[in-house]
Design a protein around this ligand. Structure first.
Ligand code: HEM
Length: 532
């Protein structure tokens, strides 16, 4: 018997998919299109988007940025609502709207993403339908991965992975950053969040990455809205999810059977006594959540640096200063090679003494993070900027509303890390809209979340990224390795320096990626490079 029930699902759909099933489904769809276009009315109801259902569904998934903007234009309101089949979705913008959205106590992230996004591989009881206590436990383990001692131990491994992957690129070449740099970040995420058996085997890492890509391709409007319908995309997604599950379970079982001990996340989970589904849920869910966001940010960060030589110089100078302050001038014990020297810079220095890298990261996230926060109201009826959000309804907040607002960030598509930092509440939400950590030490804030874990809907309320420390460290180490090893620039499809510079495409909800092949990262190894 297969533990997560995928085999039975695949068998059943192959036998039962008949023309009658299809006609039946078309009938249901026609019913929904006709009747669900009728909205409740009331003074405090948000304006409904004009138009019939199918015309809102496809654009929400395919061209979300344009769809949301056209909704604001069509309604001429700060808040509007539309339907995704039976679900009512409110789209929020404006200062009051984002305050109400991020401060609301009963808006639940998990439910919002599960129903509206479907971008994570869902396995019943492993990455979906997790009890709140289980989610809290996963987050607690993620906090362990990011403790000072663990992050310090990870630094040499991260840098060695960078060295190995960058060496494989050869002396000169041109790569698509969304392939090459994303591939590097995937390797680092595997290193930090899974186990040595996977991270040390490039072929397995490649296979895993390919399977997650298939899950992405299988995430379409149809598979999100009709997860029970056996479309080809859904079958592909199911198969890929099952293969990821099998691969992870196999590695966990091998570790258990051999009794070998490694200094990695799997060992940390086993030593903590976590059960199989907790371990697999941690690995399957966090691996891709971390790799996608960090991969997008790394790809854009290096792209922006490739367009702006003055920032390359400033960033390199900063890392050189870090090195100079970490090793005495005549330190004969200082390691000779670059990765080992970078690994010797204390974690606190990477975290607190890199204002240039910090401003580069901040500006990259502002310009190229196409996130739309998704929530479901799991509490009583509430209001956002005066508009009613009923119990069970959804609300979404596009980060573009604040990060591309010319009133807050003039000329928003200009890469300018020297922009003044916005001080107002939610004037910048690159790492989420949670603000507890500003007032409380992060540890206390986390405890607060964990204590609430027993109660239904604990996951509602302000949300901060819980992988920030790990992500920032990875991004800074990748950038340092790039600057020490390559001379690089961004070129167009013909190989000429890109003019204009690539512009983030906010309609691509995963990575803000412009059309394939429109630009490349052209690189040449420096003579001082440590790559082999
Ligand atoms: C550059 C990289 C990253 C960026 C920009 C980023 C950004 C964010 C943002 C904006 C949110 C809030 C989403 C919302 O309000 O809808 C979030 C949540 C979250 N992130 Fe990240 N993230 C990154 C990397 C990571 C990594 C590496 C991990 C873990 C390995 C991670 C784990 C999480 C988790 C677990 C949450 C949900 C927190 C909660 O439910 O309270 N993130 N992230």
């Amino acid at each position: 018997m297969y533990p997560i029930g995928l085999h039975p699902v695949l068998d059943t759909v192959q036998v039962n998919l008949t023309i009658w099933t299809l006609l039946y489904l078309i009938g249901i769809l026609a019913f929904l299109v006709h009747f669900l276009s009728l909205w409740p009315t009331g003074d405090d109801e948000a304006v409904a988007l004009p138009g019939r259902l199918p015309f809102t569904i496809a654009p929400f998934f395919r061209t979300r940025f344009d769809f949301i903007n056209s909704g604001f234009h069509a309604t001429n309101e700060r808040i509007f609502r539309f339907r995704l089949l039976t679900n009512s979705v409110m789209v929020v913008s404006g200062e009051q709207g984002r305050k109400d959205f991020f401060n609301a106590r009963h808006l639940d992230l998990q439910e919002g993403f599960r129903v509206l996004s479907g971008a994570l591989p869902f396995v019943q009881g492993v990455t979906a339908d997790l009890r709140q206590r289980r989610i809290a436990q996963i987050y607690k383990r993620l906090a362990t991965v990011q403790r000072n001692d663990r992050l310090t131990e990870l630094m040499p491994d991260i840098l060695e992975d960078c060295r190995r992957v960058m060496s494989s690129w050869g002396n000169t070449g041109a790569i698509d950053p969304f392939e090459g740099i994303y591939g590097l970040v995937f390797q680092l995420s595997v290193r930090c969040l899974t186990c040595a058996e996977i991270a040390d085997d490039p072929a397995v890492v490649d296979r895993l990455k390919g399977l997650y890509d298939q899950v992405d391709r299988g995430t379409t409007a149809a598979t999100v809205l009709f997860p029970w319908f056996p479309s080809p995309a859904m079958l592909m997604k199911l198969r890929a999810t099952k293969q990821i599950y099998d691969l992870v379970v196999e590695k966990v079982n091998v570790r258990k059977a051999t009794g070998e001990s490694h200094n990695d996340s799997l060992q940390m989970l086993l030593d903590a006594g976590d059960d199989q589904s907790m371990i697999v849920g941690f690995i399957m869910g966090l691996l891709i959540a971390g790799a996608r966001s960090t991969g997008t940010t790394a790809s854009w960060l290096i792209t922006f640096l490739g367009c702006h030589p003055e920032w390359r110089v400033k960033a390199l100078r900063e890392v050189q200063q870090l090195l100079a302050s970490s090793y005495a001038h005549d330190d004969s014990d200082a390691p000779a090679n670059i990765p080992a020297r970078l690994a010797g810079i204390p974690l606190t220095a990477w975290e607190t003494a890199t204002p240039v890298l910090d401003s580069l990261l901040r500006e990259t996230l502002r310009m190229a993070q196409p996130h739309v926060a998704m929530r479901r109201n799991v509490g009583p009826t509430m209001h956002i900027d005066g508009k009613v959000l009923h119990k069970g309804a959804f609300a979404v907040y596009p980060f573009a509303d604040v990060h591309l607002d010319p009133a807050l960030y003039p000329d928003p598509f200009k890469f300018d890390p020297e922009r003044p930092v916005r001080k107002e509440d939610f004037g910048y939400v690159g790492w989420g809209g949670g603000a507890y950590s500003r007032f409380l030490p992060v540890a206390i804030w986390r405890e607060f979340c964990l204590v609430r874990a027993d109660r239904p809907g604990f996951h509602a309320g302000r949300v901060n990224c819980l992988g920030t420390r790990l992500a920032k460290l990875q991004l800074k180490l990748i950038t340092a390795m790039f600057l020490f090893n390559f001379d690089f620039q961004i070129v167009d499809a013909g190989g000429a320096p890109a003019d204009p510079h690539p512009k983030p495409n906010w309609n691509d909800v995963l990575s803000c990626r412009p059309a394939n092949g429109s630009f490349f990262l052209d690189y040449r190894r420096l003579e001082t490079s440590c790559l082999s």
